[in-house]
Design a protein around this ligand. Structure first.
Ligand SMILES: Nc1ncnc2c1ncn2[C@@H]1O[C@H](COP(=O)(O)OP(=O)(O)OP(=O)(O)O)[C@@H](O)[C@H]1O
Ligand SMILES: [Mg+2]
Length: 349
């Protein structure tokens, strides 16, 4: 496998260049419900994009449409400019890694990895060479002869990744690939996947409902809600300026306030305040501390201000429950009818 070192991909397909993956108006109805709803997304060659959203929002269905396990009712799937909508999964230039690894228990790791090449009738010497290469890439050469039951969960997940990569796909599809791993291993394996993805420069779609996972390894994140993409942005932009109040509530931690809380009774206006933008300040609005949750280097403090509970992240000395404190909001996001109007509202004390 060529270990090309690629320059970081553009954050979006430049106009006029061919995207690595294009989803154009994808729609899928299942059981009488529209599960994927006119979904459009361009991914640049070599880019890694996460589909992030609550359970049941259509992430896996979208991935299955891309992989060819499902056929859309409307819309197209294109890879490097070629329309693959009507190709079966085995004829698509994509490989998928599933949540449960799906390794054959009776086969060694190297036989498992070789399997797709055997099915494709690749000559035996080439299979041996490619399997050895890809096992080295994922750091499993020493386990070539082991059975899946005799290696760890993280190693099994890397074996599943190797079995996808050995096919040299143009498109790597990952459906919650880390959810069977414990928290620490999840962080390590996701960094390994990201490293390999960047080294190979392979266009990748990662499905996850774990926002930290999506934000930490992706070039861009597409937030899905009820079969639609609400916003697709870089992780930093998504956090700084969530385009809709759904995204604001879904990404990071936030306080959602009705307009009256900030003294402006405009209908249709809501405010979102990040807990790090809520400060304890004697000159601020009067409030009472309800709860303090220590998190090590900061504390999450719930404060009741004008009948509203506000969450604040406090570094340094935390107040006590029952204590009367002043509260100042230093920044708020303003939404009108659920859409972002202003991401940098300075709230007067
Ligand atoms: N074959 C099917 N027939 C009917 N409904 C289906 C079918 N497959 C999926 N659905 C429904 O489509 C919706 C989206 O399912 P999908 O598996 O895409 O969600 P998801 O975003 O991957 O969720 P999760 O995070 O829980 O994996 C769900 O309500 C599911 O019940
Ligand atoms: Mg799913």
């Amino acid at each position: 496998m060529a270990r090309t070192s690629t320059t970081p991909p553009a954050t979006a397909a430049e106009p006029g260049t061919t995207p690595g993956l294009r989803l154009a108006g994808l729609t899928k109805v299942l059981g009488g419900r529209t599960i994927v709803d006119d979904l459009t997304l361009d991914i640049a060659p070599g880019e890694m994009v996460s589909l992030l959203g609550p359970s049941g929002c259509g992430k896996t269905t979208t991935l299955r449409l891309i992989a060819g396990f499902l056929h859309p009712d409307a819309g197209r799937v294109e890879v490097d400019g070629a329309d693959i909508t009507d190709l079966g999964p085995e004829r698509r230039p994509s490989a998928m890694v599933f949540q449960n690894y799906a390794l054959w228990p009776h086969m060694t790791i190297s036989k498992n990895v070789a399997f797709p090449l055997k099915v494709a009738k690749v000559p035996r010497a080439e299979i041996a060479r490619r399997v050895a290469e890809v096992l080295e890439l994922v750091g499993l050469s020493h386990h070539a002869g082991s059975r899946p039951a005799h290696i760890s969960g993280g190693e099994q997940q890397r074996a599943a990744l190797a079995r996808a990569l050995v096919q040299r796909p143009k498109l790597l599809l990952l459906d919650e690939p880390l959810s069977n791993l414990d928290a620490k291993l999840r962080v390590r394996v996701r960094e390994e996947i990201r490293d390999i993805q960047q080294r190979l420069g392979i266009t990748t779609v990662l499905v996850t409902h774990d926002q930290e996972e999506a934000l930490s390894v992706s070039d861009r994140v597409a937030v899905m809600n009820e079969g639609r993409i609400e916003q697709v942005s870089t992780p930093a932009e998504l956090y700084r300026a969530p385009a809709t109040s759904f995204v604001a509530g879904f990404i990071g931690s936030s306080n959602t306030l009705a307009a009256l809380d900030l003294g402006e009774g405009e209908p249709g206006v809501t405010w979102v305040v990040r807990p790090e933008d809520v400060r304890i300040d004697p000159s601020g609005m009067p409030g009472v501390v309800r709860r303090v949750l220590p998190h090590g280097h900061y504390a999450e403090v719930s404060i009741t201000v004008r009948d509203t509970d506000l969450r604040a992240f406090v570094t340094g000395a935390a107040p006590e429950p029952g204590e009367e404190v002043g509260v100042r909001i230093v920044r708020a996001l303003r939404y009108r009818d659920g859409r972002l109007e202003d991401a940098h509202v300075e709230v007067p004390a």
